[in-house]
Design a protein around this ligand. Structure first.
Ligand SMILES: [Fe+2]
Length: 243
């Protein structure tokens, strides 16, 4: 499996607080069948995490790669960001202050939970017009989607990919997100499932149970598509596949 949304870039957001914690997260994921993780720190969040791409962030990824290699943990660490979409985002992507997932055309975007659908569509259309393939982080957690799952169809028509959180499928973010996540998956609108992990203890990067859940409730092929094939395609900048 490949996890394209994970807060292992330690000491820069509300994810892993230090290198040792990040190593524990990678080790847990690797032990449970994940062979690659994208470090996606929150960034460009007004009044909160800035985290523009820098030598400092890059050095953390390098340290994490070195430490996991030293301990024979078999998991590739990729660079990325979870980009809070503001009016400055496209400019910052062009200038290299914001980065895509492993240097691909795919960028992981998040929004305010209460942002309107119209505002989100407008921003994502602008990104798509610039040749970026938007990956919408946890659409099931946004009000405009959970209130009307047809919004997910609209996001797909813009050319977005939908990344569902494993925790939503398990009911960890409440009923609205649970219902929306399963509605999106059952209607074959989901493209990727990721951990959005923040720690080795709660909201972890262990995705083996998510694989089991998807196999039991949907199918083995769909589980593989969402957890392995599509995320791998994103990392290799290939076209993803629908189900
Ligand atoms: Fe996240």
């Amino acid at each position: 499996m490949y996890d394209i949304h994970c807060h292992i870039c330690y000491g820069c957001d509300d994810g892993a607080e230090d290198l040792e914690t990040a190593v524990q997260m990678v080790e847990l994921a690797a032990d449970r069948g994940t062979s690659g993780i994208v470090a996606t720190p929150h960034c460009n969040v007004p009044g909160s995490y800035t985290n523009y791409w820098s030598e400092k962030l890059s050095a953390k990824i390098t340290a994490l790669r070195n430490e996991t290699a030293k301990r024979n943990i078999n998991c590739v660490i990729y660079s990325g960001q979870e980009i809070f979409f503001t009016h400055k985002t496209l400019q910052l992507l062009k200038s290299g202050d914001l980065i895509t997932l492993n240097g691909s055309d795919y960028a992981l975007f998040e929004f305010d939970f209460d942002e309107t659908g119209e505002s989100v569509y407008e921003k994502l259309q602008a990104a798509a017009a610039e040749g970026i393939i938007p990956v919408v982080a946890h659409p099931e957690r946004y009000g405009f989607v959970s209130e009307d799952v047809n919004s997910a169809v609209k996001l797909k028509s813009i050319g977005c990919l939908l990344q569902i959180n494993k925790g939503s499928l398990e009911g960890r973010f409440g009923k609205a997100a649970f219902d929306a996540s399963h509605a999106i998956v059952s209607r074959s609108l989901a493209d990727v499932v990721a951990s959005d992990a923040h720690s080795p203890y709660i909201r972890t990067p262990n995705m083996i149970h998510t694989h089991e859940l998807l196999c039991e409730e949907y199918s083995y092929d769909y589980a593989e598509l969402l957890l392995t094939d599509n995320p791998r395609r994103i990392l290799e900048n290939e076209k993803t596949i629908g189900y």
